[in-house]
Structure formats: C-alpha cells, structure tokens
Design a protein around this ligand. Sequence first.
Ligand code: SAM
Ligand code: GLN
Length: 304
Amino acid sequence: MDSRENGSETSRKVWDMNLEKAKNILKRVSDVPMLEALILASFVFNEPKEKILIHGLPKDEQSIRKFSELVHKRSKGYPLQYILKRVEFMGYEFYIEEGVFIPRNVTEELVEMATNLIRELKLNLVADIGTGSGAIAVSIAKMTGVRILATDISEKAVKVAKFNASRLGVQDLVVVKKGEFLEPFLNRLDEIDLIVSNPPYVRKNDEVSKEVLYEPEEAIFSGRTGLEFYEEFFRRYDLSSKLVLMEMDELEKEGIKKIVEDEGKVIFLKDLSGNARFFLFLGKNVLNLLEKVTQLLSFRIDRG
Ligand code: SAM
Ligand code: GLN
C-alpha cells in the first residue's frame, strides 16, 4: 500500500465519522437522518449523494466545517428546504427561501383536482389566493396552459412567485400581485371561473412542529378558530357564479359548512389518506355543474 492510498483511507474514515455523527444529530428532527445528512453533504460538496456514499470525500476542512454548521442548524428544526433553497412540487423544481411558505405534498392533490376541473369544464381564468412560492399557480399553468391571477399579502412571496413563474417559463400565463384576497384584481372579478387557495387555516393556539415555527406566521395561522380567512373571503365577494377549491383542516368541516351554506353548495374532498382536506364550493348560478363535478371528483368525495 503506498502512502497516497493510506492518506485517502484515513480521510475516508474521517468522513465516515462525520457522516455518522451527522446522522445521530439529525435523528432529533428527522425520520430519515442518513438521507438528510447525505443531502446536506451533497449540497455543501457539490457532488451527487450516491458518489459521496460510495467513495466518501476528500478531506476539506472548510467544507466539513460548513457541513457541520448546516447539520446543527437543521437539528434545531430549521427546514431543509430553506437551506437548499429549493423544493420539488408536482415534479417541478421551485425556488424557496426563508420568509415564504414551503409547499406541502398534500397540496399537490389540490392541483391535480384543479387541473381536472379546468380541462373538463374548459375554464378560462383561474385565481390563486395566497400563492406563496407560486407552487399552485405555476403548476396549474404549466399543466393546463390556463391563465392565472395570483395574489399574496407578502412582498417576499410575490417576488419568489414571479421568479418561479419565469424560471418555469409561464410568466406570460401567471400574473402575480401583492394584496389581500382578490383585491389586486377587482376589475377582473367577473372573468374568473375558478378560485383556488391553500390559505392559512391553523388555529392560533394549536401546537405546530418545530419546522413550522420557522415559516411566516401569516401563512399558517388564521385566528383563534382557524376559519378567519374563509369567513372574510366569503363575506367580501359575490361568488354566485364561481367555483372555489380550497385546502382545509379536516376538523373545520362544520365551521366551513356554516360559512358557505347560504351562498351555494359545498362538497368536501378527501386526500389520499381519506381525510377531508379540501372543499369545492359552487355558487348558486353554477349549480348546473354539480352533476359533472361530482362525476369528475367522485372517488375524492367525502360522503361522511
Ligand atoms: N399557495 C402556497 C402553497 O400552497 O405552497 C402558499 C400557501 S400558505 C399556507 C398561505 C399564503 O397565503 C401565504 O403565502 C400568506 O402570505 C398568504 N396570505 C395569508 N392571508 C392572505 C390574504 N388575506 N390574502 C392573500 N394572501 C394571504
Ligand atoms: N398544513 C400546514 C402545516 O404544516 C399548514 C398549512 C396551512 O395553514 N395552509 O401546519
């Protein structure tokens, strides 16, 4: 064995030790600590994680220090997506940064239902309220080619959503403006067929995971009941000719029913785990679509 081999073997051992240590630290916050350790290493060393796993890495004090720093940051619950500045949603890569809500997997199911409705009912104009990173609006535009008006009260979210629309090549379809609810597009209200949203809906005093505490409060919480966003939205606009598809907490069914029941018809929709996590509202003038949408979303409908 020559001295070079010897050297690389030593650095491999040092590396394995670092990786093992990172894994143990990340166990505090992750169910897949080894995977997260490898993802962080891949990010810091700019090498594919498979390569790192098989060959280890050359000894590079500075990068190892950076790696260790990020492992500690992550171990306090800081979201991985904010470190990597990216998140996958509907198979597209979105840019993300601290200050903007991290898109969740369950919301992909809302996008799937929305695209189904848009295609089958040949809808022309869609609005996305509280667009955050633009995850919903940009994905729908990519998948259907429909035009979307998106809003958010957060300046940072508006910037990030615009950036994602351009990066994914749908800047001509997605218009993003800062403002609450549909206020920035009041002059186009009549044209909108479908309004989608993953609004804040968590009750103010509810306990949330460590990760969520790093996300903007106004993206998560909606008053003491979790229902304030829906209450204000349904109070503010004439929705009699609109379809509205929104994400919700399964415990909010009764609350939402009360808010919308005088305005039209509401159908609760299940996620893939069988929980009512979305609702579709049909205004009084579009109740003729009820049969068709019931067919289209039949396996999603919550009949409980
Ligand atoms: N749609 C994105 C997603 O699913 O990843 C973000 C959803 S996040 C749960 C809710 C977003 O709504 C946040 O970006 C927040 O800033 C925004 N928001 C909260 N209240 C709002 C309001 N009244 N009008 C417009 N946007 C609002
Ligand atoms: N479900 C999110 C959570 O992780 C909250 C999403 C929302 O309020 N829209 O708590």
